[in-house]
Design a protein around this ligand. Sequence first.
Ligand SMILES: Nc1nc2c(c(=O)[nH]1)N[C@H]1C(S)=C(S)[C@@H](COP(=O)(O)OP(=O)(O)OC[C@H]3O[C@@H](n4cnc5c(=O)[nH]c(N)nc54)[C@H](O)[C@@H]3O)O[C@H]1N2
Ligand SMILES: Nc1nc2c(c(=O)[nH]1)N[C@H]1C(S)=C(S)[C@@H](COP(=O)(O)OP(=O)(O)OC[C@H]3O[C@@H](n4cnc5c(=O)[nH]c(N)nc54)[C@H](O)[C@@H]3O)O[C@H]1N2
Ligand code: SF4
Ligand SMILES: [Mo]
Length: 703
Amino acid sequence: MESIIYLISHVVFSSLRVLFLAVEEKVVKTDCAMCYHSCGLNVYVRNGKIVKVEGMPEHPLNQGEICPRAQAIPSFVYSPDRLKYPMERKDGGWKRITWDEALDKIAAKLNEIKEKYGPEALAAFCGSVGVENLELSTFAHEFLAAYGSPNFISVESICFRARILARMITFGMYPVEEPEKAQCVVLWGHNPDSSNMPLARYLHKAADNGSVKLIVIDPRRIPLAKKGLHLQIKPGTDCFLALAALNVIINEGFYDDEFVDKWTVGFDKLKEHVKNYSPEKVEEICGVPSSDIKKFARIYATTKPACIVQGINTLDQSINGIQNSRALSILQTITGNIQVPGGWTRVPRLRFGIKLALVGKPMGADEYPLFYQIWGRTAAFGQAMVFPDLAISSKPYPIKALIVTGGNPALTMPESGKVREAIKKLDFLVVMDLFMSETAELANIVLPACSFLEKTGIAYDYGVCHGMPYVLLRKKAIEPLWECWPEWKFWTELGRKMGYGERFPWKTDEDVINYQLEGTGITLEQLKAEPSGFFFTPKEYGVKGFGTPSGKVELYSETLEKHGYDPLPTPRESPYPPFGDTEITKEYPLILTTGARVLEYTHTQMRNIPQLRARVPDPLAEIHPSTASKYGITDGETVIVETRKGRIKIKVKHSEDILPDVISIPHGWEQANVNFLTDIEARDPISGYPELKALRCRIKKIS
Ligand SMILES: Nc1nc2c(c(=O)[nH]1)N[C@H]1C(S)=C(S)[C@@H](COP(=O)(O)OP(=O)(O)OC[C@H]3O[C@@H](n4cnc5c(=O)[nH]c(N)nc54)[C@H](O)[C@@H]3O)O[C@H]1N2
Ligand SMILES: Nc1nc2c(c(=O)[nH]1)N[C@H]1C(S)=C(S)[C@@H](COP(=O)(O)OP(=O)(O)OC[C@H]3O[C@@H](n4cnc5c(=O)[nH]c(N)nc54)[C@H](O)[C@@H]3O)O[C@H]1N2
Ligand code: SF4
Ligand SMILES: [Mo]
C-alpha cells in the first residue's frame, strides 16, 4: 500500500515538476506606447504570451499607475481584429499575399510612378504612432531620401510642432512646462484627467493638499476646474484673454522688470499694444467677467513660481494658433517664469541620428515657410493640410502615391470629405497598421505591423512632453505575432528591392537602435543595464542667453514681421467668428469645439477593445441643458449637427459643465466623424494648422 502511495505521489510530483519547469515567466520593464506619455510598464509574460500589465513603480512619470488603455494591452495585442498578413485589394475584396509579393508590387508601382511623374509624386504620412515611434518616422525619411522625394508629411502638421515653432520664434529654443515644482498652475485648454494621466494624478493631490493654486481656462468645467479658479472662456477667444491678462499685469506693475530689462526686446511696443485689450472690453468677447480676468492675472503674476500648462493642441489648432502660443510665452516671460524651477525651462535632449529627407522643398514649404524652416534650420516637414488640394488638382505637380504608417488620416485630418476625395484620386495607397483602419480600407495594399511589444525600440521623448531628460529602452516582450513586421524591416526590404540596398544595411532591431543612438553618447548596453530607464543629465536653470536673432526673448518678433505676420500677438478675424452678429453666426448659432480627449481611447484607436468600448460605447456631443431645451432635445437623443462643410448624426449628452451655446464633439469615431464638419481651408497663416476648436454649427432634431 505504502509503495503504491509512494508511486502515485512520485508520479504526481514529477509531472508537476515537468509542468512547473515548462512554465517560463518573465517581467519585462518597458514603456507604454498606447499614447505618447510613455508611462513605465511591467509586462508579465508567461510562455511567450503577455498575461498582465502593471505600472512600473519606480518610473518617475507614472510611478506605478496606468490608465484603462494600458490595462487593456493584452486584449489590444491579441485582438482577433489584428491584421495578420499582407493583403492586396482585388475584385472589390482583399486577397492574402506574401510579404515578398507585396514588396514586389509596391516596388514596381513606385518605379512606374517615379518614371512617369517624378519622385515628388510619392508622399509618406506618419500619424501619431508614426511620430511617437522614432523608428517609424526615421525610416519613412530614409526611404524618401533614397527615392528622391521631399514629401514627408505627418500628424505634426496638426499637432505639437506649432507650439514648438511659436516658442522657437519667441525664445530661440523650446522651453517645457514644469508644473510639479510650481506654486501656481494655469491649465489653459488642457484637461489632464482625459489626456494626461500622470499630470492629473499629481495635480489632484497637490490641489487637495493646498500646495498649488489652480487656475483653469476652459469652456467646460473639467474635474480640476472644481478645485481652483475657473474662467469659462468662449472657444476661440484665448488670444484676447491673454492680452487682457498682460494688460492687467503691466498696468498694475506686477511684471518682473529686472528680467524684462535684461532679457527681452519689444516691451514698450507690447505695453502700447495691450492697452487695446482692457479686461472690460475683453469680457464682452470671451464671456469671462473682467473681475475674474483681473483675479487670474494677479494670482498668476504674484505667485512664484507659476506655470501655464498650455493645452497640447487646443490653442494651436486655431486660426490664431501661433499668436495664442506667443501670448502665453510672453505671459511666462514678463512674470519672470522662464528658466526657473516650476516655470518653463529648456530641457537637454538626445539628438537621435535621424537623417531627414533633405531632397528639396516639401509640399507647403512656400505657403508656410516658418513651419518648414526657421533660421536656416530645416525641419523637413511638409504641411499635410495642403495635401488634399495638391492630390486633387495636381498643381503645381501631381501626388500619385502615399504610404501611411501609424496614422489614420481619413478620419483624423480635417474635412474628411475632401481628404477622402484626395486619397481616392491617388494611383496607389499603401497602409501599414495593426488594424484595418478607415484609411487602410481605402488602400491598394495593407501591411501588418508589429505592436510595440513585439520589437525593441526607444521610448518616446520624455524631454519634449514632460521636461524630463530621461531615456528608456522599449523592450520586446514577445516575438512578432502572425506575419507582422516592424516598420524598419518593411522600409529596409523595400529599399533593397528598389536597388537602394547600400542605404539600408540594418538586419535587426538592435542594429536600428545603435544607428539611432549614434552621436547621443548613450549606448545600447547602458540602456540594457538600466531596464527602468535613467536620467542622462541634470536639468539646468538660469539664463545664459536665448537663441533668437537678438539673443533675447522676442516679445516683439522681427522674424514674424519680416515674413509679413503680426510681430505682436494680435487675434485675427476667423471665418467662423466665436462672437459678434454676422451672417454666419446667425445661420450657425452654436460654437463647435472638437477633439476633447476621452481617457479610454487614443484618437481613432481602441474602439474595438471590448472592455474599453463597454466604458464608452458611443460618441457623445456635449451641450448645456439650456441650449438643448432651446431645440427641444432630450439627454441621449440622436440629432443632426451641421456646418458649412457637412453633417453628422450624433447622440447628445446634457452637461451642466459646458458653456451654453457651445457644443463639444470628440474626434476619432467613424460613425459620427466630426471631421466631416471641419474645414481644412480655415488655417493659421503662420503654421498652417487648421481651426478645430472654434467653428460654427447648428443642430436639428431628426424628424
Ligand atoms: N486619452 C487620450 N489622451 C490623449 C490623446 C487621446 O487621443 N486620448 N491624444 C494625445 C494627443 S496626440 C494630444 S495632441 C493631446 C491633446 O491634449 P489637449 O489638446 O490638451 O486636449 P484635452 O486635454 O482634451 O483638453 C482640451 C480642453 O480644451 C477645452 N477647449 C476646447 N476649446 C477651447 C478653447 O477654444 N479655448 C480653451 N481655453 N479651451 C478649449 C476643452 O473643453 C478641453 O477640456 O492629448 C494626448 N493625450
Ligand atoms: N477634429 C479634430 N481632429 C483631430 C484632432 C482634434 O482635436 N479635433 N486632433 C488631432 C491630433 S492632435 C492628432 S495627434 C491626430 C491623430 O491622428 P492619427 O495619428 O491619424 O490617429 P490615430 O488614431 O492615432 O492613428 C494611429 C494609427 O496607427 C495604428 N497603429 C498603432 N500602433 C501602430 C504601430 O506600431 N505601427 C503602425 N504602423 N501602426 C500602428 C493605429 O491602429 C491607428 O490606425 O488627430 C488629429 N485630428
Ligand atoms: S497615459 Fe495611459 S495610455 Fe498613455 S502612456 Fe500612460 S498608461 Fe499608457
Ligand atoms: Mo496630437
